[in-house]
Design a protein around this ligand. Structure first.
Ligand code: NAI
Length: 488
């Protein structure tokens, strides 16, 4: 039986343009291409049906086609309403061998500028494998792996199953956020169609590999409460992920987003960076490199001391609010920029978030502020006229602006992150006995392998230990070279 490929993207006629970008990206993603060469024949992911929820960019397209080369079947949605690159989504649907009239690629449900209702609909689609079931003559199949970024796909399964066990979806209360109301509605419709859909899906799932800091927090919380339903690999805390993507990726894509959104000169300006973790370090360095005077905030004395020793002023937001030209958040926390801060900013100060969710900035408060007026300058750039008579410029409606206003991190750094993702998928899929329900990081030899795969492209000449040297520092010549708690 053949059925038409299900998908929903902006415009399939963008596929050719997308394919050109994919070709260029492949040249910048040596880790993923090495995995295709190593595992393309043996297909370790054969039988894996992966539900993917991760920014549908050009780099992610190369990840998806790598998973397929390794034998997996894949469905994909974006993990953010603004982060899809429509040409990449189109290219993945058409596939390397398909045409616009006969797409042969992967079912993708993602376009730039989704509503929240559309976003959760698309996330729901990656769990509906009825077309694949029909094509294979099976009654029902579900996904058996999740590849997640921020944990929304994992959340849908856990919430869906919880409500099924309870027998109903609870009503929203005054305290329920707009977004969670949409989740409740999505699950209510799902429960009406099938009372045990999520229970069946959860039982099929062999595991999840999680991309980012915020999603990893959610997984450890679920596990601590004893509610995690399947094993998880924390990809974020591979050294070759968080110490590269979060830092060097942001160092590239934050100024890219600022420039494309506003083109305001960064040099000489006062820029405030909330959070001096991996993302904050990359942000501060990039902005200082542009000649800005960077002020950092932290709640952790260790990170605050690091920022000070790196030469930054460390202040509370309220102490310097009237001086700030550009305000950047990258904490992964909520309520970092509150209404009183927004009201205290200079006229036309830029407000930008690179943390995973939009609750770092009190967007809900801004939207319900009497007398505030929102003017669209262009998509993902809004002037908010405030009752004070001043305006602020809010990028990507408070959501990840490096993906909303620009195209996210560049290929080379994402090759490191996504090589970890693929190795984590292979680990969970091929060695389930090694991973009982829990949250794991990849072993260090794989972390070192990811780095190794990226050295040649940069002309790096690695020094090789002599056996005597190796014995002297107590490590094998071929690694791993560091104890697990080494911090890099
Ligand atoms: P991290 O944990 O290394 O750093 C966050 C820092 O914020 C910590 O040092 C913490 O002490 C500090 N912090 C927490 N609350 C604060 C507050 N109220 N004020 C000031 N500082 C505060 O996390 P990482 O890896 O830097 O990630 C941060 C966020 O960025 C997460 O939500 C993560 O998912 C997201 N992320 C976004 C990326 C992007 O492309 N935009 C890429 C990678 C991560």
């Amino acid at each position: 039986v053949t059925t038409a490929l299900p998908y929903k993207v902006a415009d399939l006629s963008l596929a050719e343009a997308g394919r050109h970008q994919l070709r260029l990206a492949e040249n910048e993603m040596p880790g993923l291409m090495a995995l295709r060469a190593e595992f393309g024949e043996s297909k370790p992911l054969a039988g894996a049906r992966i539900a993917g929820s991760l920014h549908m960019t050009v780099q992610t397209a190369v990840l998806i086609e790598t998973l397929v080369t390794l034998g997996a079947q894949v469905r994909w949605a974006s993990c953010n309403i603004f982060s899809t690159q429509d040409e990449a989504a189109a290219a993945v649907v058409v596939g390397p061998d398909g045409t616009r009239d006969d797409p042969k690629g992967v079912p993708v449900f993602a376009w730039k500028g989704e509503s929240l209702e559309e976003y959760w609909w698309a996330t729901d689609r990656i769990f509906d494998w009825s077309a694949e079931a029909a094509a294979s003559g099976a009654d029902w199949i579900g996904p058996n792996m999740i590849l997640d970024d921020g944990g929304d796909a994992t959340l849908l399964v856990h919430q869906g199953r919880e409500f099924e066990v309870a027998g109903s979806v609870p009503e929203a209360t005054d305290a329920t956020s707009h977004e969670f109301r949409v989740v409740l509605d999505t699950l209510r419709r799902s429960l009406e169609l099938s009372p045990d859909r999520w229970t069946r899906i959860a039982a099929e799932l062999k595991g999840v590999t999680e991309e980012t800091t915020t999603g990893v927090h959610r997984l450890y919380e679920l596990h601590a409460k004893g509610e995690l339903l399947f094993p998880a690999i924390n990809v974020n805390d591979s050294v070759t992920k968080s110490k590269f993507d979060n830092k060097y990726g942001i160092r590239h894509s934050l100024p890219d987003g600022l420039n494309r959104a506003t083109d305001v000169l960064i040099g000489g300006k006062v820029v405030f960076v909330a959070g001096y973790g991996d993302v904050g370090k990359g942000a501060a360095e990039a902005l200082r490199g542009q000649g800005a005077r960077v002020i950092v905030s932290e709640i952790d004395p260790i990170n605050a001391l690091q920022a000070a020793m790196d030469g930054y002023q460390v202040s509370r937001l309220e102490s310097v609010i009237g001086e700030i030209d550009i305000l950047v958040t990258g904490t992964g926390n909520k309520d970092v920029v509150r209404l009183e801060h927004l009201l205290g900013l200079k006229h036309l100060a830029v407000v930008a978030n690179v943390g995973h969710f939009d609750n770092e900035i009190d967007m809900a408060g801004l939207e319900s502020l009497p007398g505030a007026e929102r003017i669209e300058i262009k998509p993902q750039v809004h002037e908010w006229r405030l009752p004070t008579g001043r305006s602020v410029l809010v990028l990507s409606e408070g959501r990840l602006m490096n993906l909303g206003n620009a195209t996210g991190h560049p290929s080379f750094v994402m090759s490191n992150s996504f090589t970890n993702q693929v190795l984590a998928q292979i680990e969970l899929w091929t060695r389930p006995d090694a991973y009982p329900v829990g949250v794991y990081v990849l072993p260090k030899h794989l972390d070192e392998k990811v780095a190794r795969l990226h050295l040649d492209a940069l002309g790096v000449e690695l020094t090789v230990l002599t056996p005597e040297q190796a014995a002297y520092i107590g490590v094998p010549v071929e690694g791993p070279y560091k104890v697990d708690h080494y911090r890099y």
